[in-house]
Unconditional design. Structure first.
Length: 263
């Protein structure tokens, strides 16, 4: 219970920081907050309530269970706590990178993930625009990795806090000086880097899959440095989702069951 409150307060703090930064110094001009924010935040609250009533905290409790039963790779090694925690975080971050690629390449999972890409603009609320079934499947995927790794429980909580904060940051519409952005990209995913992944151009969508660190995209050659057009005016989202009736809350919940196209 306490760890959930800590995660919630940190997530809210990061979100408020980023939306304030967006208001003061935006990268792109956005005009549809009144239409988009109720949908995106509605999905966020729906998913939070669903997880709270079902399997919220499962990854953390799975890590405790794996430790008690000595399951998983790291539980077979006599490592200092700091190294165990670091390897847990690094492996889980790579797992999420792989998961992201799979959601794009496997048509059944793309049906769910397209809800995230259907946002026609790009700001901090885009980070929470996910179909509830994708959230559930993602949790079971993480649990499998937690047991296989023998993940350190404290590191699992830290990983989820970092992941949530990084996703809010790299989806935000904030203006970072170009030179600073290029430096930061050697370590973390910046908004300009991740915005490319939300492009309407197929080659750009199929790149920059990372959420926290840029290492995986660079190592696995899925890194794209610049979009074909300017960051300020590049098209965002799925072309077929531009009609207003396509982006209503209930429509997005139904989307995986009525359309599985990639365009």
């Amino acid at each position: 219970m306490q760890e959930n409150l800590v995660r919630l307060f940190i997530a809210l703090g990061v979100f408020l920081l980023m939306v304030s930064w967006e208001a003061i110094s935006p990268r792109r001009q956005t005009v549809t907050r009144k239409q988009r924010w109720p949908i995106n935040l509605g999905l966020a609250f729906f998913n939070m309530a669903m997880m709270r009533l079902t399997i919220g905290g499962l990854a953390f409790f799975s890590a405790i269970d794996a430790g008690e039963k000595s399951w998983g790779l790291l539980n077979q090694l006599d490592l200092p706590f700091w190294l165990n925690a670091f390897l847990t975080w690094l492996a889980l971050d790579f797992a999420i990178y792989l998961q992201h690629i799979i959601t794009h390449k496997w048509p059944l999972l793309w049906r769910l993930h397209q809800v995230h890409h259907s946002d026609l603009e790009f700001d901090a609320t885009t980070a929470v625009r996910f179909h509830p079934l994708e959230i559930l499947l993602s949790m079971f995927y993480k649990v499998a990795w937690v047991y296989a790794l023998g993940a350190e429980p404290a590191a699992v909580i830290a990983f989820e806090i970092i992941l949530n904060g990084a996703a809010t940051f790299n989806h935000s519409n904030v203006n970072i000086p170009i030179k600073l952005d290029r430096i930061l990209r050697w370590l973390i995913i910046t908004p300009d880097m991740h915005r490319i992944h939300h492009s309407t151009i197929r080659q750009e969508i199929d790149s920059n899959y990372g959420f926290s660190i840029s290492l995986w995209d660079r190592l696995c050659r899925t890194y794209t440095a610049d979009p074909a057009g300017p960051q300020e005016t590049m098209d965002i989202g799925l072309p077929r989702m531009r009609a207003p009736q396509q982006v209503r809350f209930l429509r997005l919940l139904q989307l995986p069951f009525i359309n599985n196209g990639r365009g």
